[in-house]
Ligand binder design. Structure first.
Ligand code: SF4
Ligand code: SF4
Length: 115
């Protein structure tokens, strides 16, 4: 038998899901299409800010908010405001999501002390 014996693999559980984050984004006028995102990544690929700054990832921001990963949403607070509202992401989104609008909604949520 191959592999290492006695290696303890600690359980990795994400226990801070908060599905109310998704509901809050959906309630924002520009965030209501977040549920349609299918994570194709077109928005990140087209984003000039993401090209220069890998920490800025619209596809991942949307994913974290959708899943209710509160810890991940908290990590966005310094980078989410880098969006210049150029609109390229919205142009290339095949699902009509308006990624910059979703980020605006996430930013509003963070300012209100959520996420
Ligand atoms: S382009 Fe649209 S569908 Fe694709 S990941 Fe971005 S928001 Fe989601
Ligand atoms: S609107 Fe914001 S997220 Fe969308 S492509 Fe422009 S800078 Fe990137």
């Amino acid at each position: 038998m191959s592999g290492r014996w006695g290696l303890i693999v600690l359980p990795r559980t994400i226990g801070d899901f908060d599905h109310s984050l998704l509901e809050m984004v959906k309630e924002h006028p520009k965030g209501n299409n977040i549920g349609k995102c299918w994570q194709c990544g077109n928005c990140t690929a087209a984003c000039p800010v993401a090209e220069k700054n890998p920490a800025f990832n619209p596809r991942y921001f949307i994913y974290a908010a959708k899943m209710g990963y509160e810890q991940e949403v908290k990590k966005m607070k310094d980078s989410i405001y880098l969006c210049t509202s150029c609109g390229r992401c919205t142009e290339v989104c095949p699902k009509g999501v308006d990624p910059s609008g979703v980020m605006e909604a996430i930013g509003t949520m963070i300012r209100k002390g959520r996420g």
